[in-house]
Write a protein that binds this ligand. Structure first.
Ligand code: MN
Length: 373
């Protein structure tokens, strides 16, 4: 079994062009930087994982540049010479060497799962406990542009048949104007598609309690993270005041956060991202805590390329309690394909690929084309 011994750890940063600029409250991007981490074993098997944040360090402090340094200088030495099936011990030792940096750790953790699964000739979801489903609905995310622009994009997306709900980014303008914009969009989409909003922690308790009831009245079905991640008290007050669920995102990174949110009754839905939590295992732990508390989960995104999307999909398809579906639209936003065989999206959602490991293969020519020098 020495074939499972890790011989090499390599990283590469690519910048993948987007089909259109993606706007958050304060940041915008027209290409998504992605860090790929490759873990190669003595048996000649290579596992790949992806480190990615939504368009830069504004969300959680990490970027592809910080992730590359952390992986190459501090995490790779922990991996070298170890067997990929010693994954629990490797992850324990990684946490002894590097605090926080969960996005970087995700890239390594997923690469280890991919390599381990390929050695066993099983799919990653098998290592996560088996399947609950083989496809998942995908919400489309709309930016902070004016209502007519957003509605036009939403209607065009509905015509493709790929999406039945939309998540709108908020927080880029005055709250009253922003609410008027969303109400206008919700009126146009009423009865046709679900409308959800993500405020990305831009508001405080008072602004939220003042303005969110109007969104609920307008038919918005879910409010994501109105207040800063640390302000669990405010999140709980907002949850108690609204007739629709509040979803925790910035407030939820670790299983310990999940326990805290459950105890405070702060969220009705958990946004789970393999990227922000350190990988598949932490995501699984969060989903188990949520299930025990009766809280449905949502497979959220950091706008992953197809590798990170496949990892999130293996998590999603092995998690029974994803009552709110997913927003694993990253590959659809990208203008360039990175896989030999693209992921399949259709009216039923995003389909789990067949095959060992993550079930997908990166195209080396595409990596070469978008590699950052
Ligand atoms: Mn969010």
């Amino acid at each position: 079994m020495s074939e499972m011994r890790i011989e090499r750890v390599e990283t590469v940063v690519v910048d993948i062009p987007l089909r259109r600029a993606h706007r958050f409250a304060r940041a915008s991007m027209d290409a998504q930087p992605v860090l790929y981490v490759f873990v190669r074993t003595a048996g000649g098997v290579t596992g790949v994982g992806e480190g990615v944040v939504p368009g830069g360090p504004w969300w959680g402090g990490e970027s592809v540049e910080t992730m590359q340094v952390i992986v190459e200088r501090y995490l790779a030495p922990v991996l070298l010479g170890r067997r990929v099936d010693e994954i629990a011990g490797i992850l324990r030792d990684i946490n002894d060497v590097v605090a926080a940096n969960l996005f970087a750790k995700t890239a390594v953790e997923v690469a280890l799962h991919d390599a381990w699964a390929r050695h066993l000739d099983v799919a990653v979801h098998t290592l996560l406990g088996g399947l609950a489903r083989t496809r998942i609905p995908v919400t489309w995310a709309l930016g902070t542009e004016p209502a007519p622009v957003v509605v036009e994009e939403a209607l065009a997306k509905l015509d493709t048949g790929l999406h039945r709900s939309f998540k709108l980014k908020m927080g880029a303008q005055d709250p009253a104007d922003d609410v008027a914009r969303i109400v206008a969009v919700a009126e146009k989409l009423a009865g046709v598609a679900g409308v959800r909003v993500d405020i990305n922690a831009r508001w405080d308790r008072l602004i939220s309690l003042t303005h969110l009831p109007a969104l609920a009245e307008a038919g918005v079905e879910l409010i994501e993270q109105p207040v800063p991640g640390h302000d669990v008290d405010a999140l709980a007050a907002i949850s108690a005041a609204l007739p629709i669920p509040v979803m925790a995102d910035e407030s939820l990174r670790t299983p310990a956060d999940a326990i805290r949110l459950v105890g405070a009754r702060a969220a009705g839905v958990f946004a789970v991202k393999t990227t922000k939590s350190g990988g598949l295992r932490a995501s699984r732990a969060i989903a188990e805590i949520a299930a025990a508390a009766g809280i449905p989960c949502y497979a959220a995104t950091s706008i992953e390329s197809p590798i990170g999307t496949a990892a999130a999909l293996h998590f999603a398809c092995s998690t029974p309690t994803l009552g709110w579906g997913s927003e694993l639209f990253g590959p659809l936003l990208m203008a360039e394909e990175m896989l030999v065989e693209p992921l399949v999206y259709d009216a039923d959602g995003l389909h789990l690929p067949d095959g060992p490991g993550l079930g997908v293969e990166l195209d080396p020519a595409r990596i070469a084309a978008f590699r950052r020098d």
